[in-house]
Design a protein around this ligand. Structure first.
Ligand code: SF4
Length: 210
């Protein structure tokens, strides 16, 4: 079975996603540093992980050209530990210096789908929509049809939004649950991940940096 370690980065972000859990809940995710990767290899081995997933925080690809040293160290660790790599990003173009086994694009508008392109043949492409108040069954269907017909997109998820009081919301929940595992994945906000941030491991997202 796959086991993920989620590396939470904070290189900053545009902070414009309407559902941004970090901004809306004023979370204080530590800034990413090269030294903050020092314990990553040890934690990967200790937890028997086979996937590293980069996520935020901010956007892992924000200000990429200023973070080359961080990425060089990250890839060295990934290579040494034979990890599969994944990134969660809202930035639609992946820098050509790096590549991942899976890219998870976080989108908030149907029109963004047309810009999603596979970067290499083995790349798995997933799109995720956080379900905000403006979602309707019709919009969900249109997204699902687009993704189903696309050669560039392999997987589609809808994710339950967490509001500005760190509470789960239920927009279109019954409809999304009915299509779960058939037409899309519906991800409820269960916090059972292993998070790595600046040399420490957490099991709850909101505790990171505390
Ligand atoms: S990419 Fe992430 S951190 Fe940036 S605004 Fe969107 S949700 Fe917030």
């Amino acid at each position: 079975m796959d086991k993920y370690i989620s590396v939470i980065t904070n290189f900053g972000c545009h902070y414009t996603c309407p559902y941004c859990i970090v901004r809306n809940n004023n979370l204080h995710i530590p800034k990413s540093t090269v030294e903050g990767l020092d314990n990553l290899e040890k934690e990967i081995r200790r937890n028997n992980c086979n996937w590293i997933s980069l996520s935020g925080g901010g956007d892992p690809l924000w200000n990429f050209k200023y973070n080359l040293e961080w990425y060089a160290k990250f890839y060295m660790i990934a290579l040494r530990t034979h990890m599969h790599t994944e990134v969660h990003t809202s930035i639609i173009s992946i820098p050509k210096e790096i590549s991942f086994d899976r890219v998870v694009y976080h989108l908030h508008d149907l029109k963004q789908l047309q810009f999603i392109k596979r970067n290499h043949d083995e790349e798995i492409v997933r799109v995720v929509f956080v379900v905000t108040k403006n979602f309707t069954e019709d919009l969900i269907n249109r997204i699902a049809v687009y993704c189903h017909n696309s050669d560039e997109i392999d997987e589609l998820s809808f994710r339950q939004m967490v509001d500005d009081h760190y509470q789960e919301t239920d927009y279109c929940k019954d409809y999304l649950k009915a299509g779960h595992q058939k037409l899309w994945w519906y991800i409820e906000q269960n916090d059972y991940n292993l998070y790595y941030c600046e040399n420490k491991v957490y099991t709850e997202y909101r505790r990171i940096g505390e």
